[in-house]
Design a protein around this ligand. Structure first.
Ligand SMILES: [Zn+2]
Ligand SMILES: [Zn+2]
Length: 293
C-alpha cells in the first residue's frame, strides 16, 4: 500500500513591502486529510482557498513570530473558519505559538472584532469564534510541540535568531513520507542547520544581503538585513545539512522578473548547494513521497 505524499505549498512569498502577486508569508503542509499552516501573512485566506484548503479545513496553525507580515491575516483565518462553521462544522482553530509576543498576539487578535462578533451572534452565529491556543516556551533544542491524534504527524520547534525579536522559532514537520522544515524569519543559524539535517524540503527565508551590501550600506536596510538570511551562507548551510530541496521564500528584495528571481538560486549555488533549489512563488507546490523506515 502506498502512502500519500507530503505536500508543501507556499501560501505567500512576500514581505511587508507589497509586491504584485505575492501574499504575506505562509506555508501549508498537507498529508492525507491533515493540513498544517505556518504563519498567516497578508491574503493567506485567499491563498488557502486557491490551494483548496480553506480555513475550515486546517488541522492547526503555527506561528513563527510576531512581525506584522507573519500574523496580519490570522484573525481573518479564525473569523472565516468561524463564519463557515454552520456549513463546515470543523470546530475551533488550533493555534500553536511560542509563549511571549506570539501568544499575546493570538490572545488579543479578536478583541477589535468584539462588536462584529456580538452582531453575528445576535443575527445568525450560535457561538463566538473559538481559538484553541496551545503555547510552548521557545526551546534552545528542538522539542515536540504538536502531534496528530494518531501520532503519524509530529511538529518540533526550536528557537532561531531573529533578534531583536525574541522567541522566534522554526518548525520541523515529520510525516510518514517526508520531513519539512520551515525556518520562519532568521539569520542563517546553527539551530536551523541541525533541525534541517536530512530534510526533504527546507522552506527558508532568503535575503540577498551579500549582493546588495554596497547598495544598503548606511541605510536602515542594513539593520533590517542583519536579522534575515543572507542567501550565500544559506546555500552553504543547506549543503552541510544535506537538504534535498531548498525552497526559498520571504524574498528580499521581491523579484520583479525572472532574472531577479534566478539570482537567488545563483547565490545558493555559488555557495556550494548541490540539491534542488526553487525560488518560491505564491502557490508553488512540492510533493514528497520518500518511504521511511
Ligand atoms: Zn520577522
Ligand atoms: Zn518577515
Amino acid at each position: 500500500m502506498s502512502l500519500p505524499p507530503t505536500v508543501v505549498t507556499l501560501t505567500g512569498t512576500g514581505v511587508p513591502l507589497p509586491s504584485p502577486g505575492r501574499a504575506g508569508p505562509g506555508t501549508l503542509v498537507r498529508y492525507a486529510d491533515l493540513a498544517l499552516q505556518f504563519d498567516a501573512g497578508r491574503a493567506t485566506v485567499l491563498r488557502l482557498t486557491e490551494a483548496d484548503t480553506p480555513p475550515h479545513a486546517l488541522t492547526a496553525l503555527f506561528v513563527t513570530h510576531v512581525h506584522s507580515d507573519h500574523v496580519v491575516d490570522l484573525a481573518d483565518v479564525a473569523l472565516t473558519r468561524w463564519i463557515f462553521q454552520q456549513l463546515h462544522p470543523t470546530g475551533g482553530l488550533v493555534v500553536v505559538a511560542p509563549e511571549g509576543s506570539a501568544a499575546r498576539f493570538v490572545r488579543r487578535m479578536l478583541e477589535a472584532f468584539d462588536d462584529d462578533v456580538a452582531l453575528r451572534i445576535a443575527h445568525v452565529q450560535p457561538d463566538p469564534p473559538q481559538v484553541d491556543l496551545q503555547t510552548f516556551d521557545a526551546p534552545a533544542e528542538p522539542v515536540r510541540v504538536w502531534q496528530s491524534d494518531d501520532g503519524a504527524l509530529t511538529v518540533d520547534a526550536v528557537v532561531v535568531h531573529h533578534e531583536p525579536v525574541t522567541g522566534a522559532v522554526a518548525y520541523r514537520v515529520t510525516t510518514p513520507t517526508g520531513v519539512v522544515v520551515i525556518s520562519g524569519d532568521t539569520r542563517v543559524c546553527d539551530e536551523v542547520e541541525r533541525l534541517s539535517a536530512g530534510a526533504d524540503v527546507l522552506v527558508h527565508e532568503a535575503c540577498r544581503t551579500t549582493a546588495m551590501r554596497d547598495a544598503i550600506a548606511g541605510t536602515s536596510f542594513e539593520k533590517i538585513f542583519s536579522y534575515h538570511a543572507d542567501t550565500v551562507p544559506l546555500g552553504a548551510m543547506a549543503e552541510r545539512a544535506g537538504v534535498s530541496h531548498l525552497l526559498l521564500t520571504h524574498l528580499i528584495p521581491p523579484p520583479n522578473d525572472q532574472a531577479e528571481a534566478d539570482a537567488f538560486a545563483v547565490d545558493v549555488r555559488d555557495a556550494g548547494y548541490r540539491g534542488r533549489v526553487t525560488v518560491g512563488e505564491d502557490l508553488t507546490t512540492v510533493s514528497v513521497t520518500r518511504s521511511r523506515g
